[in-house]
Design a protein around this ligand. Structure first.
Ligand code: SF4
Ligand code: SF4
Length: 448
């Protein structure tokens, strides 16, 4: 498929005002109407210094130090970074290097619980007088994008007063299995309202749009409740398909606005924030307690009890699984996140991160593994790509090691949503291939 055809395809969609393409993936929302179980404090936690996009935090404690719940464990290193706090009280027993899901390595702090859950006496409700003190308070909270991206929230909110005119609340939760956002929206509605009102007040935003998939009844009820409380807000119902929750897809479907490659939603006057993030923000602004726990979905055929669970950050997967009745069989894959964009973990000892929205213990049946075959040039991958990228053409260019051609097919725009891999009848790992193509371009530009 040539770049010319890709462009034509894109222009037809734009001109017709149609929904962007995507894939109809099975929902498998087994936990959708379940409240979150609260997990008791574990015997130990491991807190990675890198649970966000940007520079890792720097350990602020020493081995042997006694720690209260809410104590600063990792100090933010610069602006695009985020502090880390202890979700239990106890003692620092080790500073170590660990491998995170997806293969990244990070420095981490191990804390052994004293079983007392002693809260820090110094925590206080932030005193906010305007935009600057608001952004500063959010930076101190340790909150990052909880939808999976992990971008520090204070960086996203650090915009001039009135530069954004729309706040889009991402309630799409389009990945199969995951229902932690829905659970949070239903159970923390007041916190979400508080967080949204703070953002609109301190950043001078005049309109709020809450975007969600039309088939999610529980989320619809919560969104309507939020819209009743928040002035100048509306609920935008979207078709049930993947990836409605991708930032730019959501922005286009809820407001009709588009941004060029290399630009951010703020360049089109929008801030997009996940519902769990705004609820966490609201809770923090009311209590002054930084981000210590989060709601995650535990699902997949290998776990005995599928549940939503509120988990102290840093709890090991093994402890979460045991809290859910343990395993009934060995999973083929342990995923952090959903089956479309999640990353694989190679151990049950990895900790729950701030941006972990689900752990999935998927069996071979659920994964539907089959070996890849040759491309039959059916065009299905291009037809489902929300960004009108032609991954089959990228794969061919990469095979020829043709950097110019890889670039011309806009691999940089790929968000690795996995729609193309999902629909490919030849079972080619196209999204993964795009990741490799991006790496190839980086190395090519370094070499010359
Ligand atoms: S969907 Fe698969 S088989 Fe069809 S064109 Fe794309 S890569 Fe080839
Ligand atoms: S993974 Fe990339 S190329 Fe494939 S559908 Fe998603 S955005 Fe398009």
């Amino acid at each position: 498929m040539s770049e010319g055809v890709t462009k034509l395809h894109r222009d037809i969609y734009r001109a017709s005002g149609k929904h962007l393409p995507g894939a109809g993936v099975p929902k498998r929302k087994n936990t959708n109407s379940m409240n979150a179980y609260k997990m008791p404090s574990p015997e130990e936690i491991i807190l990675p210094m890198s649970m966000h996009i940007g520079k890792p935090a720097v350990p602020a404690v020493k081995v042997g130090e006694s720690i209260c719940m809410g104590a600063l464990i990792g100090e933010a290193d610069g602006n695009v970074s985020s502090p880390v706090y202890s979700s239990i009280s106890g003692m620092v027993t080790e500073i170590l290097d660990i491998t995170l899901p997806g293969g990244r390595s990070s420095q981490a702090v191990r804390i052994t619980s004293d079983g007392e859950q002693r809260p820090c006496a110094s925590l206080e409700v932030p005193y906010i007088t305007g935009r600057d003190s608001f952004v500063k308070a959010v930076a101190k909270s340790g909150i990052v994008g909880l939808g999976g991206a992990g971008f520090p929230t204070h960086v996203k909110l650090d915009v001039e007063y009135s530069r954004a005119d729309v706040l889009i609340i991402n309630c799409a939760e389009c990945e199969p299995y995951i229902t932690s956002d829905t659970c949070t929206a239903v159970n923390k509605t007041d916190d979400a309202v508080y967080g949204i009102m703070a953002i609109t007040e301190y950043l001078g935003i005049s309109r709020v749009v809450i975007g969600l998939e039309e088939g999610n009844y529980e989320m619809k009820m919560a969104a309507e409740k939020i819209a009743q409380e928040v002035p100048n807000s509306e609920v935008s119902m979207l078709r049930d398909y993947y990836p409605q929750g991708a930032e730019r897809v959501l922005m286009y479907h809820t407001t009709g606005r588009v941004v060029k490659m290399g630009q951010l939603p703020i360049d089109a006057g929008c801030i997009v924030s996940n519902i769990s993030t705004v609820a966490e923000l609201g809770r923090y602004l009311k209590t002054g307690v930084p981000m210590l726990t989060r709601c995650i979905t535990v699902d997949g055929g290998a776990v005995r009890e599928r549940r939503n669970v509120t988990v102290p950050i840093g709890t090991k997967v093994r402890d979460v699984i045991n809290f859910c009745g343990g395993l009934c069989e060995r999973p083929k894959v342990l995923l952090f996140g959903g089956p479309m964009m999640g990353v694989e973990a190679d151990s049950f000892d990895v900790p729950i991160l701030k941006n972990t929205n689900a752990i999935l213990t998927l069996t071979a049946d659920e994964m539907n593994f089959s070996p890849p075959s040759n491309c039959i040039r059916c065009g299905s991958c291009l037809a489902v790509c929300p960004y009108f990228i032609d991954p089959a053409a990228i794969a061919r260019a990469l095979k020829r090691k043709n950097a110019e051609s890889v670039k011309a097919h806009r691999v940089d725009a790929c968000m690795e949503c996995g729609c193309c891999s999902y629909v490919c009848p030849a079972k080619l790992p196209l999204a993964e291939n795009n990741r490799r193509a991006k790496k190839f371009l980086k190395e090519d530009s370094h070499n010359g």
